[in-house]
Design a protein around this ligand. Structure first.
Ligand code: ZN
Length: 423
């Protein structure tokens, strides 16, 4: 466990919060595995769409020079694949659809290892995570509980179609063994570095500085976001070794006071894959390294068409319009469905395999709120004036259909002739 916090923000290395020192030597395994044109395309159109400092990545005809450490002026040299010979295979633990063993049409997911990552923690942690609201004395809405419920419905559907399904989380308890108190000192240092010279332990009176400047709030976010997701990544990369991770979330619009939340008419859908790094994120030695490793693993070639297929199935079944980010500061539209964006999230960056990150449904839209209150049920019920499936089953069924569409096509199982019957 100590390794996770071995590097702190004030260390001489230029490492992001709770990040670990990059192991540039592992990139030696990717020498001559990508052509100049493919590398440039992925840098320009997917990963570095917001630009970067000129000394970070220097692309030449037959090699790229990537800055390892500005202080030490050390560079990694990546040699491109050249000539007419097909590039050598890329070292990786996950298998693209076309490398899975042959299967029958009724089992399009046979041999596939899928890990389900229900977003957040829920349970007793939902309030700390600020992923919680309650309308009057109705049942509270906790994103971490909803995502786990979807994962538990999704797992048997995928297994029925032949997949091996693993859970990154299958309870309301954290994956990390750390707790907020373990991060108080780091929280204090981060606040000082960010211009709060004497951070307070907590907000005590109404005139105090905002909660974001307190050691309590900072140490909690270090726990439930940074430590928790980094620990999940260790589990994915060292233990589970899936071919695909599905990150399951529900979206929301700002709801204000969680005890008196704003409900909205707005409802939408989008999916995320890794990319669209900000110039300042690429300044961190570890993030730049992880970006390059991900690029070279060619996860994008698999996760983009997968995300598009899942997006189309979800759009078909939910009828939701694509979400439009209010700015393009942190995201880049990719793919053909109109629903998929590249964005540099911890999970999409750190899980070393294709990752499809689902963000359907605005939890505090009036319609979704009514459907969440209706809970899970079999068959069709009238909810908020419309005859329909439970929102949890609609979510699980539509993700399943997207995977069936993608893997049937990629594995040459014909057009599938519609979705194989479900249990
Ligand atoms: Zn979420």
């Amino acid at each position: 466990m100590a390794a996770i916090v071995a590097t702190t923000v004030q260390s001489a290395d230029n490492i992001s919060v709770l990040g670990s020192k990059p192991r540039w030597e592992v990139l030696e395994g990717y020498q001559q595995r990508i052509t100049h044109d493919e590398f440039l395309h992925l840098i320009n159109d997917v990963y570095c769409t917001h630009g970067f400092a000129a000394d970070l990545i220097d692309v030449n005809d037959d090699h790229a020079r990537i800055l390892m450490s500005r202080q030490a002026q050390k560079f990694f040299t990546l040699r491109f694949a050249t000539g007419n010979a097909a590039p050598k295979p890329v070292p990786r633990l996950w298998r693209p659809a076309r490398s899975l063993p042959p299967t029958r049409r009724e089992k399009p997911l046979s041999g596939l290892k899928v890990a389900l990552d229900p977003g957040h923690l829920g349970g007793n942690w939902a309030k700390m995570e600020e992923r919680w609201f309650q309308v009057g004395d109705t049942k509270g809405v906790q994103e971490g509980d909803l995502t786990l419920q979807v994962a538990r419905l999704l797992a048997p559907r995928l297994r029925y179609l032949g997949a091996k399904v693993l859970f990154v989380r299958n309870s309301n308890e954290p994956t990390t063994a750390k707790r907020p108190d373990d991060f108080r000192e780091l929280a204090r240092k981060i606040l000082i570095r960010n211009g709060v010279p004497q951070p307070r332990a907590d907000v005590l009176e109404s005139g105090d500085p905002p909660k974001e400047q307190t050691i309590r709030w900072q140490s909690e976010i270090l726990f439930y976001r940074y430590s928790e997701i980094r620990r999940r990544a260790v589990r994915v990369n060292s233990t589970l070794h899936p071919d695909l991770v599905l990150c399951l979330h529900f979206n929301a619009e700002g709801w204000g006071d969680p005890k008196n939340p704003t409900l909205t008419e707005t409802n939408h859908l989008h999916l995320l894959v890794n990319g669209s790094y900000l110039a300042e994120e690429l300044e961190s030695d570890d993030e730049r390294f992880e970006m390059i490793r991900r690029l070279l693993s060619r996860a994008y070639d698999e996760e983009l068409p997968l995300a598009d297929a899942v997006a189309l199935a979800m759009s078909r079944e939910t009828g939701l319009p694509p979400y439009q980010y209010p700015t393009t500061n942190s995201t880049t539209h990719v793919g053909t469905s109109g629903y998929v964006y590249a964005r540099n999230l911890l999970a999409t960056r750190l899980y070393r395999c294709p990752v499809v990150y689902c963000e359907p449904y605005v939890m505090n839209s009036k319609d979704v709120f009514a459907r969440i209150q209706a809970g899970d049920y079999e068959g069709i019920h009238n909810v908020n004036g419309i005859e329909r499936k439970s929102i949890f089953r609609e979510y699980a069924d539509s993700v399943t259909d997207g995977l069936v569409d993608y893997y049937s096509k990629a594995r040459g199982l014909g057009d599938g002739g519609g979705t194989p019957s479900r249990r």
